[in-house]
Write a protein that binds this ligand. Structure first.
Ligand SMILES: Nc1ncnc2c1ncn2[C@@H]1O[C@H](COP(=O)(O)OP(=O)(O)OP(=O)(O)O)[C@@H](O)[C@H]1O
Ligand SMILES: O=P(O)(O)OC[C@H]1O[C@H](OP(=O)(O)OP(=O)(O)O)[C@H](O)[C@@H]1O
Ligand SMILES: [Mg+2]
Length: 288
């Protein structure tokens, strides 16, 4: 099983980080190489440009791919299926035009020229809108094209909006909303390794923003403590062995998974309810 991942650019680091946290440690030097092995002898990694990854998966150079949804749409591949939204690399593809110009609606683009790195998505977008502007394909610095009279408007990626603003461009409409996805070629989806990889990556996502809480509670106070521990399934309650190795019945250990945002309040509440020796730890993975 081979996974294609971005070789550089802003998606490279977070993707490698995710694989590592999922337990798929890379081996044999990830640096500047085309391939890397992982600790799992059945899983290897192919490094490719974010834009090429959907094709690589569709053509069989890799079986699974991790890249932006925008790239998957642009590639027009019809034999791959999305397996998981990895929820990073969030951005929007937008139609944008000079702030002080007269192009303010999609319909205004009729008879105009639009520059983009995403010609397929862009022509679909305009076809749906029933207009047919000229589309000029560029490979970068799209935001500059309206200033050098190469184009009247652009379709490009934005996230914070800084680049558009710097180039005095305003959003006319949203074309697509994107984030990084795990996807696979249709003919490998039955392979059990696919589900293993998907579960491993999903478990990292599940654990994000969650904390593990452990505490000791006098048995008599257990109900009161249980009442103030929020959601995510009931807490786990365990007997505690005393110093003599015997299991006592006066105190129990309570463990619970809690949303990060609830930790502060929960600690205050469980303490009030009678808990002691409270420990908070990060969770690496959470398999549901
Ligand atoms: N500003 C951004 N915020 C969030 N995600 C982004 C942003 N820009 C790009 N992305 C996502 O990252 C993907 C790859 O973009 P990136 O800029 O890393 O590569 P690239 O410039 O296309 O690659 P290359 O340098 O190989 O040409 C995009 O397709 C998109 O899904
Ligand atoms: O809304 P913003 O936060 O300003 O982000 C948008 C910019 O981010 C991307 O470029 P990137 O930084 O990846 O540089 P690149 O042109 O080298 O790909 C994209 O092509 C935009 O130019
Ligand atoms: Mg870029």
């Amino acid at each position: 099983m081979r996974i294609a991942v971005p070789n550089k650019g802003r998606l490279h680091e977070p993707t490698i980080d995710l694989l590592e946290r999922a337990g798929l440690h890379l081996e044999n030097g990830a640096d500047r190489k085309l391939y890397a092995d992982t600790v799992d002898p059945d899983v290897s990694v192919l490094f490719a440009r974010a834009a090429d990854i959907p094709e690589y998966v569709a053509d069989g150079a890799a079986d699974l791919g991790i890249t932006g949804y925008d790239q998957v749409c642009e590639a027009r591949v019809d034999n791959v299926e999305e397996l998981l939204d990895l929820e990073f690399g969030r951005c929007r593809l937008v139609l944008a035009a000079p702030e002080d110009g007269e192009l303010e609606t999609v319909a205004d683009m009729a008879g105009k020229t639009v520059a983009t790195e995403f010609p397929n998505i862009t022509s679909n977008f305009f076809a749906d809108a029933g207009i047919d502007p000229d589309i000029v394909e560029v490979t970068g610095a799209t935001e500059l094209t309206p200033h050098v009279e190469m184009a009247d408007a652009i379709v490009d990626i934005t996230s914070t909006g800084t680049t558009l603003k710097m180039n005095r461009l305003a959003v006319v409409d949203e074309v697509l909303s994107s984030s990084v996805r795990l996807f696979g070629r249709d003919d490998v989806l039955e392979n059990p390794k696919v589900e293993e990889v998907r579960t491993a990556l999903a478990s990292v996502k599940q654990a994000e923003g969650k904390r593990y809480l452990m505490m000791n509670v006098p048995t008599a106070k257990l109900d009161a403590v249980r009442d103030v521990i929020p959601g995510l399934g009931g807490p786990t309650v365990m007997n505690i062995a005393g110093e003599d190795g015997e299991v006592g019945d006066e105190k129990v250990a309570v463990h619970a998974v809690v949303n990060e945002g609830d930790v502060f309040e929960t600690i205050t509440e469980v303490k009030k309810a009678g808990a002691s020796d409270i420990l908070v730890t990060e969770i690496e993975r959470l398999v549901e």
